[in-house]
Write a protein that binds this ligand. Structure first.
Ligand code: 5AD
Ligand code: SF4
Length: 479
């Protein structure tokens, strides 16, 4: 869309995305005024907290800011700073408040500076109250549901001398075809659905990301084809629970079916996805993965706990036995797959016996890697109201034991690929090892090997010579 042809004096269009392009054109005027006043091109910086969803959202925010005439800065000492926040655990929130203090320092020195906060944390009323009271220097606050309105919100911010706050409780709106600025030219996240309907009793995500909404398969395919035409070889399909993709569409489609269609796209080399809920993982999906040449040999399958008793209270809707059997079926169908997981330690009422059940599953499934989290009480979730919270020292001690076990096993698991030759997507120059580049195997492991930056974005064959715990050292094999 050519922003120069938009009539900024006309009333804003009511339909999307035309409305947002109109506001981008308006933003340009304001950014130009800053440029004239300061004598230099205004800059922006986006700090992303949390998951891949947020990383993708930040690329959309960057797309709008570039259209508006900002250029990207290397640090937070910029004219426009956005914090795209996460609230899944309390420490994510604390980090935001800590860094806001630093931002205030920059703002006092730069009269043109604007600060915006968005993302999951802003969907919590208590957070917004606190910001209104104690962080008056913030210019714009919005949430997860109206991020497509970013250009419009920017204009409101430029036209107001007070804090602009726009938070929606939920939405069923999905706006397509807005600008995006990808971080990597050769790989990209692709949202396939938004929100979550699961209500695990510890988790705040359903409250801050709203109900499940799937994108139409043809919109997803269209986006991926355009990405491939633009140089992308790997996509990561994103959703809180990709296995329930398509259930609420007018013409329902399964996730497995969507994958089959994505696989057909010429030029696309690799397909990843995140995250799978074990309760919804179908045998059809396992079959599609086993048959596929493009779907990566990696499955992230959050366990959370190995205790069937706790799983029930967590509202996970599977048992220890069902989970282990599922992992077995996956490993049998796809022997070289890497299985990774999330585990929470210290959920209310967790006993030593419950914890031992978790260790059991860890030893039985043998994860290639596992993210371990200390339970964090999130206000508004059912678990926060449970009165049998586990003492901190007990949790810490269990956490350390779990981490040790997880690391021992993942080290052993990584050894099984040492000595093999694998396809690697080269992602970046290695900044620690002179003359080396780094890339990822299909199973998501990282390998460093001698090579130059011209390889970035290519898929090459690499012999994995040595396994050093979390990564490999290798050498490129001639094609
Ligand atoms: N406390 C600790 N970890 C949590 N997670 C989600 N909610 C909480 C919480 N309240 C973890 C889960 C999830 C991952 C993204 O974050 O393990 O899979
Ligand atoms: Fe954080 Fe979860 Fe929101 Fe992602 S979805 S940004 S992990 S709270």
């Amino acid at each position: 869309m050519n922003l120069n042809t938009i009539d900024k004096n006309a009333a804003p269009p009511t339909e999307e995305p035309a409305r947002q392009y109109y506001f981008m054109a308006k933003c340009r005027q304001y950014v130009k005024e800053i440029e004239e006043a300061s004598g230099r091109r205004p800059t922006f910086f986006i700090q992303t907290f949390g998951c891949q969803m947020n990383a993708r959202d930040s690329e959309k925010l960057a797309g709008v800011l570039l259209e508006a005439g900002y250029q990207e800065a290397e640090s937070e000492d910029a004219d426009f700073v956005v914090y795209n926040t996460c609230t899944v655990r309390e420490n994510a929130n604390l980090r935001v408040y800590g860094r806001l203090g630093v931002l205030h320092g920059y703002k006092k020195k730069n009269p043109h500076m604007k600060i915006a906060l968005c993302g999951c944390m802003m969907q919590e009323a208590a957070v917004v109250e606190k910001l209104k009271k104690s962080y008056r220097f913030v210019d714009l606050i919005f949430g997860t549901h109206n991020i497509f309105k970013f250009a419009e919100l920017l204009v409101s911010m430029f036209e107001s001398d007070r804090m602009v706050i726009d938070i929606w409780k939920d939405t069923d709106q999905i706006v397509e075809d807005l600008p995006v600025d990808r971080k990597y030219p050769f790989k990209s996240g692709v949202n396939i659905m938004f929100g979550c309907n699961n209500f695990c009793s510890y988790c705040i995500v359903p409250y801050v990301r709203g109900r499940e909404r799937s994108r139409e398969p043809q919109e997803i395919l269209r986006e991926i084809r355009a990405l491939v035409a633009d140089g992308v070889v790997e996509v990561m399909l994103l959703g809180q629970n990709v296995n329930s993709y398509g259930k609420n569409l007018e013409h329902p489609v399964t996730f497995a079916e969507l994958l089959r269609q994505v696989e057909q796209i010429d030029g696309l080399r690799r397909i990843r996805f995140m995250t799978s809920h074990p309760k919804d993982l179908s045998d059809e999906l396992i079959q599609v993965m086993a048959d596929s040449k493009k779907i990566c040999r990696h499955l992230h399958l959050p366990l959370q706990s190995g205790s069937s008793r706790l799983l029930k209270i967590m509202n996970r809707r599977y048992t220890k036995e069902a989970y282990v059997a599922l992992a077995d079926r996956i490993r049998t169908a796809i022997p070289d797959i890497a299985l990774t997981t999330d585990i929470i330690v210290g959920f209310p009422g967790e006993t030593e016996e419950d914890f031992q059940e978790t260790l059991d599953v860890v030893r039985e499934v043998r994860y290639d890697s596992a993210f371990t989290f200390i339970y964090s009480k999130r206000t508004g979730t059912p678990a926060a109201a449970m009165d049998n919270q586990v003492p901190e020292d007990v949790v810490k001690e269990r956490f350390d034991r779990l981490l040790k076990e997880v690391q021992r096993i993942s080290g052993e698991m990584a050894e099984r690929f040492a000595g093999t030759e694998q396809e690697v997507l080269v992602e970046e120059k290695n900044h620690q090892m002179e003359g080396c580049v780094s890339g990822r195997l299909s199973n998501n492991h990282v390998v460093h090997f001698p090579g130059d930056v011209s390889l970035i974005g290519q898929i090459v064959r690499v012999r994995l010579e040595e396994c050093r715990g979390f990564y490999y050292m290798g050498h490129r094999q001639e094609p």
